[in-house]
Design a protein around this ligand. Structure first.
Ligand SMILES: Nc1nc2c(ncn2[C@@H]2O[C@H](COP(=O)(O)OP(=O)(O)OP(=O)(O)O)[C@@H](O)[C@H]2O)c(=O)[nH]1
Ligand SMILES: [Mg+2]
Length: 305
């Protein structure tokens, strides 16, 4: 393997404070094939990147996700390292991230920030949000990944091309992680250092708005992988509401007051909730049968080859 076979992909939006140094550091590590996909930065990020010898492309749409998807289409190198342009990740850790991919042990390697982060790298809110999102992911997909939102990753071109990616914003890392699991790729996590963002460059992430978007992406994508979870949550919410109104109806009835409209509402809530569970069970059956069919076709295809 030649280092030119590795494309260092950096999405940037107004990262003039850090992009030059980052490119220099990757060059020092022997990586010369550097692609910056810029979101029409207003602070000269693209010019700095070009001056440092990176190939710079302007993204045609908006959002980090759109930039990444556009870049994946253009890259031809067999290996890719994706890294944020805000100087929060270390170029010297690139080779340890790449190792499992080069050795053929993994298709996709995630740099796990949660073991070695510097003070101030995560705000309290970001850390709590991260834990919640990773826990939700583990429940829905039944795999233990600690840091699905990490922006430092290494993978093969072949593996990233296999994924169906549509998310345009900060949900892109979530979508990549989900798709890797659905496509049965071998995913590995490696501990990496995570530094605080430079004071000179502003964050583009809104922890509340983007956190909710990421959480709802995991939930919506669960429909095809874990429908029991998807419908079960809705059913659970309705049954809980039904039990709540039902308790009130019974308490009133014991005091001699009959609440007819509320009794009807209680029955409807519980019936609807139970129906959601039945939907979940049926969808689960469909997903399982579909999975068996796909496995059978894949096995047949392998045998033919
Ligand atoms: N091309 C492009 N890059 C973007 C866009 N939004 C963010 N980025 C880049 O994506 C990377 C990650 O964005 P950050 O703002 O650092 O998000 P974060 O790392 O989750 O949040 P912080 O912890 O505050 O750094 C940075 O290099 C940004 O410049 C965009 O719309 N287009
Ligand atoms: Mg960042």
């Amino acid at each position: 393997m030649n280092n030119a076979d590795v494309c260092i992909l950096i999405p940037t939006l107004n990262e003039a404070a850090t992009i030059g140094e980052l490119i220099k550091n990757f060059k020092k590590e022997g990586f010369s094939n550097i692609l910056v996909i810029d979101g029409n930065s207003k602070d000269g990020t693209a010019q700095i990147a070009e001056a440092e010898g990176a190939r710079v492309i302007l993204q045609t749409g908006k959002g980090k996700g759109q930039a990444m998807i556009q870049a994946f289409e253009l890259i031809e190198s067999p290996y890719i390292i994706m890294v944020d342009g805000d100087g929060t990740y270390l170029a010297r850790e690139a080779s340890s991230l790449l190792k499992p991919v080069l050795e053929g042990r993994a298709d996709h390697v995630i740099g796990n920030r949660l073991n070695k982060y510097s003070p101030g790298a995560f705000t309290k809110l970001n850390l709590i949000g991260n834990h919640l999102i990773n826990t939700l992911f583990d429940i829905v997909y039944g795999v233990e990944l600690r840091d699905i939102l990490s922006g430092y990753r290494a993978f093969t071109l072949e593996s990233i091309r296999e994924l169906e990616l549509n998310k345009t914003g900060f949900e892109i890392e979530t979508e990549i992680s989900v798709e890797c699991i659905l496509k049965k790729q071998r995913v590995e996590e490696i501990s990496i250092t995570y530094l605080p963002r430079s004071k000179k460059g502003a964050t583009k992430l809104n922890p509340v708005k983007d956190g909710i978007r990421i959480g709802s992406t995991i939930y919506r994508l669960a429909k095809v992988h874990n429908p029991m979870f998807y419908f079960g949550i809705i059913g659970f919410a309705f049954i809980l509401a039904g039990l709540f109104t039902g308790t009130f109806v019974v308490a009133q009835w014991l005091q001699g007051i009959t609440r007819i409209p509320l009794s009807i509402l209680t029955a409807l809530l519980i019936i609807f909730g139970l129906q959601m569970f039945i939907f979940g069970m049926l969808s689960d059956l469909i997903v399982t049968l579909h999975r068996q069919t796909v496995n059978l076709i894949q096995d047949r295809n392998k045998q033919r080859r």
